[in-house]
Design a protein. Structure first.
Length: 424
């Protein structure tokens, strides 16, 4: 989902193709080495087959050994040499034995866990059955009926319960089918550059996946180009789902969404996405920063010039993460997803926003949840001076001072959440 929010499908496809090419080259290299090894071992085996005769020939002519003894020594040398070469020909299988052993141990542990759970379940089934009170229709008095499977009376009760449950399931299926037929699709379109609005949501009703209960009901609001909206509400109110709908990912429902052109928008998901690569490649993601291209004279040159590098330094310095460049450089390959803390990842996400060209609208899904208040103020202060309009999802009261409006999501009965826009 993070890759989809960043619109990084083309970058991931290029990275996958690059890794696939490396795998193919490695396989060809392995085949070449294997063929060379077998050729060399065959040559050694046939060449050294005469070594025993050459060593024992002087002893034979000096009548120190007999011809039979010399033949026995040759056979022993031949079998010893063959055994050594057979051992080396299976080195790849021996090296893979370690990984296979680990898989067997993990499978064995999993089977032990399942076996323990099965033993607990069997003990539960062997416990005496509890008597359940059942209403008698003849005298309206409650009696204790044993749930023993072998009794005819309990069997009849069970059949009656099954019939009632089956009828209830059919009624639920019919009701669900009628509801499903009424659910439509949320339509997302782009506003023109001359429009005074940057975002317009009209009568949005949104359903979560695999559910027929509305999450958002009749939501309508609009934003101008200099507006900034903070979306608040309890957990599970559909704040992140609203951003997914604006991005075009959540379409189950009805209503319409008009937003700024996608080339001028940028989405910051709740989970920062980083991959193993250079700091330049990660901060310019999903652009082609860090990749190389060929110039007209055939020389390799970086697609990011000195001006872009200077811009990266300025952005990192404004966000207080200049030490990442001093520590790792811009072009050293590091697994930053495992290396950086949550706060560093989120500030790197803000650096991505500030380095994207032609941005006018940014959507942030709890983009500062791992930051302290000081770094949160620093990040939003830089964002507010660089971006025309933005929408944030958050819980902290500190965020209100960076926004012009607040969209409050509140539950209304059982019909999902509705929102009201207030000025800050």
């Amino acid at each position: 989902e993070s890759i989809a929010f960043f619109r990084g499908a083309h970058v991931e496809k290029l990275r996958s193709e690059t890794k696939f090419v490396k795998v193919v080259r490695a396989e060809y290299k392995k085949l070449l080495i294997t063929a060379g090894f077998h050729s060399f071992s065959g040559w050694v085996q046939h060449t050294l087959s005469f070594a025993s005769y050459l060593v024992l020939a002087p002893m034979y002519f000096a009548r120190t050994v007999t011809f039979g003894e010399m033949h026995q020594a040759h056979a022993l040398f031949h079998h010893t040499l063959k055994s050594m070469l057979d051992f080396t020909s299976h080195l790849d299988k021996i090296s893979g034995l370690g990984a296979q052993s680990l898989r067997v141990v993990e499978l064995w542990d999993a089977l032990d866990r399942y076996s323990g759970e099965g033993t607990d379940a069997e003990e539960d089934t062997q416990r005496p059955l509890r008597k359940v009170p059942v209403c008698d229709s003849s005298n309206d008095a409650s009696t204790d009926v044993s749930t023993d499977v072998g009794s005819d009376e309990s069997g009849s009760v069970q059949r009656e319960v099954d019939v009632e449950l089956g009828a209830l399931d059919r009624r639920c299926d019919e009701e669900m089918g009628s509801i499903t037929s009424d659910i439509g699709r949320v339509y997302v379109s782009e506003l023109t550059c001359a429009s005074t609005e940057s975002l317009a949501v009209r009568d949005l009703t949104l359903f979560p996946p695999h559910s027929q209960v509305p999450l958002l009901q009749g939501l309508s609001f609009s934003m101008g180009w200099m507006d900034s909206v903070l979306v608040t509400g309890p957990s599970g109110a559909g704040k992140s789902s609203l951003l997914r709908a604006i991005a075009g990912f959540a379409t189950k429902g009805c209503g319409s969404i008009q937003r700024a052109p996608l080339k001028h928008c940028f989405f910051l998901p709740q989970s920062p996405y980083l991959y193993e690569g250079s700091l330049r490649e990660n901060v310019l993601y999903p652009s082609s920063g860090g990749n190389t291209s060929r110039s007209l004279d055939g020389k390799s040159e970086s697609t990011e010039d000195g001006e872009r590098t200077c811009g990266i330094h300025e952005v990192f310095d404004s966000l207080g993460i200049m030490y990442l460049i001093d520590r790792h450089g811009l072009d050293e390959h590091v697994d930053f997803d495992k290396m950086l803390s949550g706060g560093e990842k989120q500030r790197l996400n803000f650096a991505r926003v500030l380095l994207q060209p032609d941005l006018r609208f940014v959507f942030l899904d709890e983009a500062t949840s791992a930051l302290d208040e000081a770094n949160e103020d620093l990040a939003y202060g830089v964002l507010k001076t660089a971006i025309d309009a933005f929408m944030s999802v958050g819980h902290r009261p500190n965020l209100k001072k960076f926004h012009t409006h607040q969209l409050c999501l509140e539950r209304v009965g059982t019909n999902g959440y509705q929102g009201s826009m207030v000025a800050l």
